[in-house]
Design a protein around this ligand. Structure first.
Ligand code: NAP
Length: 240
């Protein structure tokens, strides 16, 4: 498929995995709408993508704000008139025992990691239906399937993301929209440094490897359907 003229929206593209995915899509000739809360980091990425010859639009927004999903789709359609690929990547975690987790922390993780992506999918569907390569990537986590100490609220939010993604895949795949959930273990980003310092810095999955999977899935539009991908480290650890 020729991806020239296609439009992607990548949340959490101001750093880590999202920045890698946005860059990889731009290399394919895809115009990318980048978004996050850190305007300075987004400006740097915008300059990088423009220097590669890719048109880019940046939107500074907090995905936990209930108005953000609608705003992001509105800005994308206003600017480019279409949306072909949605990457729900923005996410964060607080590492704490359940007994010390506050209602504010619970609400914030659920709003960022589950509610934001849910309503972004909802807002995006009418436009993805018009595309010949409508695709949603939801970046979950190994804790979307299992549980680790001190990650109760984060795990709950990623389980929620996994849950609605499974349903959405069944609802929209017959209509031509592909929904892929990618659930990585430890990836070498700022998040892994703070959340899983026990994993060390060696043998972590590289963010570029997640971008490799996104690129593969985007190009793979055969009769076989790939719903969920678990990505674990190659050092023998069953999870993480
Ligand atoms: N690193 C890992 O080991 C790992 C493993 C499994 C899954 N994941 C998942 O992968 C995704 C990316 O994580 P990462 O490792 O790349 O972490 P990261 O380097 O900390 O990047 C997180 C990204 O999410 C954005 N973000 C966070 N909260 C946001 C909010 N309220 N509104 C808008 N944007 C927000 C950040 O942008 P701003 O700061 O600019 O807002 C940043 O661009 C997350 O969903 C994470 O749960 C990571």
């Amino acid at each position: 498929m020729d991806f020239k003229g296609k439009i992607a929206l990548v949340t959490g593209s101001s750093g880590g995995i999202g920045e890698c995915i946005a860059t990889r899509l731009a290399i394919q000739g895809i115009t990318v709408v980048i978004t996050g809360r850190d305007a300075e980091k987004l400006k740097l990425l915008k300059l990088k993508l423009q220097s590669m010859g890719t048109e880019t639009h940046m939107v500074v927004a907090d995905i936990s704000d209930p108005g953000t999903p609608g705003l992001l789709i509105h800005e994308t359609i206003e600017k480019f008139g279409r949306l072909d690929i949605l990457v729900n990547n923005a996410g964060y975690a607080v590492s704490k025992p359940l007994s010390m987790t506050t209602a504010e922390e619970w609400d914030s993780m659920m709003a960022t990691n589950a509610r934001g992506p849910f309503f972004l999918c909802k807002e995006a569907i009418p436009y993805l239906l018009k595309s010949d390569c409508g695709t949603i990537f939801n970046i979950s986590s190994v804790v979307g399937r299992v549980g680790y100490e001190n990650q109760a609220a984060y795990a709950a939010s990623k389980h929620a993301l996994m849950g609605f993604s499974k349903v959405l895949a069944k609802e929209v795949q017959p209509l031509g929209i592909r929904v892929h959930t990618i659930a990585p273990g430890g990836v070498a980003t700022e998040m892994a440094k703070t959340m899983r310092s026990d994993l060390g810095t060696t043998n972590l999955i590289l963010p570029e490897e997640i971008a490799d999977i996104v690129e593969f899935l985007l190009k793979f539009r055969g009769n076989a359907m790939i719903d969920n991908i678990d990505v674990r480290r190659s050092n023998g650890t069953p999870f993480a």
